[in-house]
Design a protein around this ligand. Structure first.
Ligand SMILES: Nc1ncnc2c1ncn2[C@@H]1O[C@H](COP(=O)(O)OP(=O)(O)O)[C@@H](O)[C@H]1O
Ligand SMILES: [Mg+2]
Length: 249
């Protein structure tokens, strides 16, 4: 599992959430690696631990036990301050609720993570992203003046501009109509193909998962299926397995 081509990985990852007196074992010894330049979907029913896994992989949440690596950095064991720096420098995020800063324009939102950290602003990449996403005429608007789809496109440009080691997306199409959602998924797939971006996307929607190269299926905090969609043969099986797990709930 300790393979260099795995830009992100977890070994025996356990996460127990404390809820009042109750302990919820959201991740039950998960071992998995994510290859560079691939698009992986983490699928499974609501409550199966998808977001918890993504949060632990991205350094947004701490593990109860086990190991999480991002590139050469072991996240488990870092201080909050060090984790903040790793997230800032190495990770791009896309959330269901867009999470744009309301007082900033679209352009300011997109460039903020780069300019705030004094890094080089890659104008060619910015132009490319804005062009592919079709948001060039929205750059001076604030989020409240944008549709949900436009806000998510801004969030995608923001996530990719910093050339993060991994883009983590949690239900990125959850608040979008199906056509806009398909455009967002197409963009993610294209960013893997054209920019060699590594993308890990959480979704409970089998149709969204089908855009990925690989589908991991979680149930009750464990990986119950791991399908290489790129091989072409197992797409139906992956979807079936997501649907079956979903129905079992
Ligand atoms: N912050 C938290 N506090 C307590 N329990 C949580 C917390 N986050 C998640 N859980 C619980 O952990 C389990 C997995 O949740 P989650 O990772 O959000 O699943 P998914 O994203 O697949 O819907 C669920 O039982 C959920 O209720
Ligand atoms: Mg979730």
């Amino acid at each position: 599992m300790n393979m260099p081509e795995h830009i992100s990985r977890a070994v025996d990852l356990v996460k127990v959430h404390q809820q009042g007196q109750a302990q919820i074992r959201a991740l039950d010894s998960v071992t998995v690696g994510f290859a560079r330049g691939r698009f992986t979907a983490i699928a499974g029913p609501s409550g199966s631990g998808k977001s918890t896994l993504m949060h632990c992989l991205a350094g947004l949440d701490s593990a109860t036990s086990g190991q999480v690596m991002l590139g050469d950095t072991e996240l488990t064991g870092l201080s909050d301050r060090e984790l903040t720096r790793v997230r800032r420098d190495k990770v791009g995020f896309v959330f269901q609720s867009f999470n744009l800063l309301p007082q900033l324009t679209a352009l300011e939102n997109i460039v903020l993570p780069v300019t705030m950290t004094g890094r080089f602003l890659d104008q060619d990449l910015l132009d490319h992203l804005v062009g592919v996403l079709g948001i060039g005429d929205r750059m001076s608007h604030r989020p409240a003046e944008l549709s949900g789809g436009q806000q998510q496109r801004v969030a995608l440009a923001r996530a990719l501009l910093a050339r993060p080691a991994v883009v983590f997306a949690d239900e990125p199409t959850g608040n979008l109509d199906s056509r806009t959602g398909a455009e967002v998924l197409d963009f993610l797939r294209r960013s893997v193909r054209d920019l060699c971006q590594t993308v890990v996307m959480v979704t409970h929607d089998p149709r969204a998962a089908a855009y990925a190269d690989r589908v991991l299926v979680l149930a009750d905090g464990r990986i119950v299926d791991d399908v290489d969609v790129a091989s072409g043969a197992d797409v139906a099986q992956a979807l079936q397995s997501v649907a079956t797990v979903g129905r079992a709930r």
